[in-house]
Design a protein around this ligand. Structure first.
Ligand SMILES: [Ca+2]
Ligand SMILES: [Ca+2]
Length: 194
């Protein structure tokens, strides 16, 4: 066997072994009989690959807009331009990790960030735009109880730079925003000698 092909097979065995030890990785083998290449698909991105401008926090990849303030619709479009979505923050650990990162980057509490929550469809019923699911985790800001739909026209949700809270605001206000990459996958192609 050619040494290079042998190396491929050894690498493949290592990959399979590592999959058995790490069930968090999804392994979906497929062999294309026309090209002699074996395709493997993994959830996530290997740690040695640069994902800039997206940064990994926990199991998610985010883009945090540092400068350009836009309205909620423009923020949603900007995320789609990057093949991502406005972020959906679905539990406390996710919000805590995100706020911790934003704080560490020097953002202040008056830096507001659009996320994908909204009640544009039905007043008072909040959903994540990017998943279509109801906002079951919703740590609304106090002491005045939010969401208050102030002025009868607050239908988009933002988070704060340094507090683990959210608020409903007028969708046309200009703010920073957070995008979230949608479940990135890694493809590995290995040449097979039949
Ligand atoms: Ca509203
Ligand atoms: Ca409000």
């Amino acid at each position: 066997m050619h040494p290079q092909q042998e190396a491929h097979l050894i690498l493949l065995r290592l990959v399979i072994l590592s999959c058995c030890c790490a069930p968090a990785l999804t392994y979906l083998p497929d062999v294309n009989i026309f090209t002699n290449y074996r395709t493997e698909v993994y959830n996530g991105i290997p740690s040695d690959i640069d994902t800039t401008p997206f940064i990994r926090i926990g199991d998610n990849y985010y883009y945090i807009e540092p400068m350009n303030k836009v309205n909620w619709f423009q923020a949603a479009a900007a995320c789609r331009m990057m093949n991502a979505h406005l972020a959906s923050i679905e539990d406390k650990p996710e919000l805590e990790a995100l706020v911790k990162y934003i704080k560490a980057k020097g953002f202040k509490n008056n830096d507001y960030f659009w996320i994908s929550g909204n009640d544009l469809g039905t007043e008072g019923a909040f959903y994540w735009l990017s998943t279509g699911r109801p906002m079951t985790f919703a740590p609304w800001n106090g002491p005045k109880q939010m969401p208050d739909n102030y002025g009868g026209n607050e239908n988009c949700v933002h988070m704060f730079g340094t507090r683990e809270l959210i608020n409903d605001a007028n969708c046309k206000i200009l703010m920073l925003y957070v995008c979230e990459a949608s479940d990135p996958k890694t493809f590995k192609f290995t040449y097979i000698k039949w």
